[in-house]
Design a binder for this molecule. Structure first.
Ligand code: ADP
Ligand code: MG
Length: 585
């Protein structure tokens, strides 16, 4: 047997690290700012221990861009580095002082941990200079220069500002954009504006207070609204916000916003950002969040998210995956709180919150168990009922087979006239008019307790019929009308008995088949399955008497009018005919 040591050809490896370490070249700035912030945090820490005089508000990280020279400078007045530290940490890839520091000072706010961040500078720069001077007494200024190969130079050089570190990047031509001040400001604001040390871009601070870290009891609704405007300038106010604040079993803080859901609203699917230690990590939370929460806006932060070198690894991290579950649990809890404490407010919110909740219930069994009690249904006269209140209402429409029948409309304008007939019989009719509703109703039917039927379905119409037939027509007359209507409409026609005030005829659709088709065809129109004519309606007596076919055409138009299918031209004809028939023309 032979043992050996893997040889590493560094000059071959460096370009690979450089190109593949991070997916966005932007992150070099995040990493260098993070190093500056770490250096300041470290100085704060050691100054307490070593009794140094460092006013906390004197610390800062500055970013200056020089477009003409194609340079960008990141400068801090933190701990700086000694020669030994440069040799041990800066010049050894994947060496970091963080572990040592954390152990010695029990410090938890240091961002860096892997000793890779600094090298991201070579993603965009051909040459990097580090001018540094350690806070340690008598330390000289040092200038380290590298062109990204395994060679570097290190020499003493004066640092005019004294203690701290200045990193100068000589940008590659391809990346000269990073010497533009607007670009630098944009990236710095995106990644670093919630960091705890002042970050100055061209002299002005970009820092903002991370509101999610404050205690919820100290905040007002207006604070959340203001913070929303900071995060999403120019966007419409959110409908509702939730402050997450938990330490156990995982550390998770954040503010979630439910956007106003309007048909015309364009929602961004990546509006929720993840922060770790105040630093922006990603808004591509993809797999991390359950689907139904991906349209939420806001920020979350967790100290338990590992700052992996590759942020794309977040997706497979078990802690990160748990975050999704906790968030969804918290969302239900908070909504329940509002429902219990302020029902009127919850009813107003439901329009915006409901679709998320319904979607979650349809997609996630676990969520469904918890979320059912925060669901509302809206009746056509704008009353809101919880599911249990609704079920109680349904006791009047219990079918002989034992299930409850729930009547609904999905287009109040078209089905409103019919719906009113149901209401007049004291049946509750609910609205189910959003895209998610067909799925949601099917889900609620799964337990077998309720069956939903749209007011214009065959099954629904049987609930309108009188039970004892008064039989206004003879069998022969009935047959005559039926056949004539079938010729006219090309539909299967059947007699039904509505009260004398009911409409002349109804178009009905097969409930199960229609709903299934609607889901498949995504809202396309499903043809009617048959026509029911109300034998109690006086119109048919007139027909039999006069044999004037216009009466039947009139009945057919009535049915189409009720289901919103009468087009403009037909409507005019209908009105003219109405006039003629009634005036005996
Ligand atoms: P990490 O931040 O994960 O430790 P980096 O590659 O970003 O890894 O940095 C490596 C080390 O170089 C740091 O741990 C720190 O000791 C040192 N260093 C980098 N930038 C600075 C700075 N601006 N001031 C002081 N030390 C720094
Ligand atoms: Mg770092």
């Amino acid at each position: 047997m032979r043992t050996g040591t893997l040889g590493v050809n560094l000059s071959g490896l460096l370009p690979i690290i450089r190109k593949n370490l991070y997916t966005h070249s932007d992150v070099f700035l995040r990493e260098l700012i993070a190093n500056g912030v770490d250096a300041c945090q470290k100085l704060l820490r050691v100054s307490q221990q070593d009794n140094l005089q460092v006013p906390p508000d004197s610390l800062k990280v500055e970013i200056i861009a020089y477009p003409a020279r194609r340079q960008i400078v990141i400068r801090d007045n933190g701990v700086g580095m000694t020669e030994e530290e440069i040799e041990n940490f800066l010049t050894v890839i994947a060496a970091s002082s963080a572990r040592e520091f954390t152990e010695k000072y029990k410090e938890t706010d240091i961002i860096g941990f892997f000793g890779m961040g600094f090298y991201s500078a070579f993603m965009v720069a051909d040459k990097v200079e580090v001018l540094t001077q350690s806070y340690k007494a008598g330390s000289p200024g040092l200038l380290w220069v590298s062109e990204g190969s395994e060679n570097y130079t290190l020499q003493e050089a004066e640092r005019p500002e004294g203690r701290g570190t200045t990193v100068t990047l000589y940008l590659n031509k391809e990346y000269e954009e990073y010497a533009q001040i607007w670009k630098v400001r944009q990236i710095a604001e995106k990644y670093a504006r919630f960091l705890p040390i002042p970050i100055l871009v061209e002299g002005s601070s970009i820092n903002q207070k991370p509101l999610w870290r404050e205690h919820p009891s100290t905040l007002q609704e207006a604070d959340y609204q203001k913070f929303y405007r900071l995060l999403y300038p120019g966007e419409e106010e959110p409908a509702f916000s939730i402050h997450l604040n938990m330490d156990y079993p995982i550390s998770l803080q954040g503010i979630l916003y439910f956007p106003h859901l309007r048909p015309e609203a364009v929602l961004s699917p990546n509006a929720l950002s993840l922060y770790v230690k105040g630093m922006f990590i990603t808004d591509q939370l993809g797999e991390i969040l359950p689907e139904y929460l991906r349209l939420l806006y806001g920020v979350i932060e967790s100290a338990d998210v590992p700052l992996n070198v590759s942020r794309s690894q977040l997706q497979v991290d078990p802690t990160v995956r748990k975050i999704g579950q906790y968030i969804s649990r918290k969302v239900v809890e908070k909504l329940k709180e509002v429902l219990d404490k302020d029902r009127a407010r919850y009813e107003r919110l439901w329009e915006h919150v409901g679709p998320f909740v319904k979607y979650g219930i349809v997609r996630d069994e676990d969520f469904a168990k918890r979320a059912k009690e925060i669901c509302l249904v809206e009746t056509i006269d704008h009353k809101f009922l919880t599911l249990s209140e609704y079920e109680a209402n349904l006791s009047v429409s219990k079918s002989p087979k034992g299930y409850l029948v729930g009547f609904y409309v999905n287009d109040l304008q078209k089905q409103g006239a019919l719906a009113a007939l149901f209401q007049a019989k004291n049946y509750t009719v609910i609205k189910a008019d959003t895209v998610i509703d067909p799925y949601w109703l099917s889900y609620l039917e799964k337990e077998g307790k309720i069956r939903f039927v749209r007011v214009d379905s065959e099954e629904a119409s049987s609930w309108l019929g009188e039970t004892s037939s008064k039989g206004g027509l003879t069998l022969e007359e009935e047959k005559q009308i039926k056949e004539a209507l079938e010729r006219l409409t090309q539909l299967k026609v059947e007699r039904c008995e509505l009260s004398a005030r009911g409409p002349a005829a109804l178009i009905v659709r097969d409930e199960v088949g229609r709903r299934y088709q609607e889901i498949l065809m995504k809202g396309e129109k499903v043809p009617p399955s048959r026509l029911l004519f109300n034998s109690q309606h006086p119109l048919y007596k007139r027909y039999l008497l006069t044999q004037d076919k216009r009466w039947l055409e009139h009945a057919w138009d009535w049915a189409r009018l009720l289901s919103g299918e009468l087009q403009e031209g037909d409507l005019r004809k209908f009105l003219e005919r109405d006039w003629e028939l009634l005036s005996g023309a």
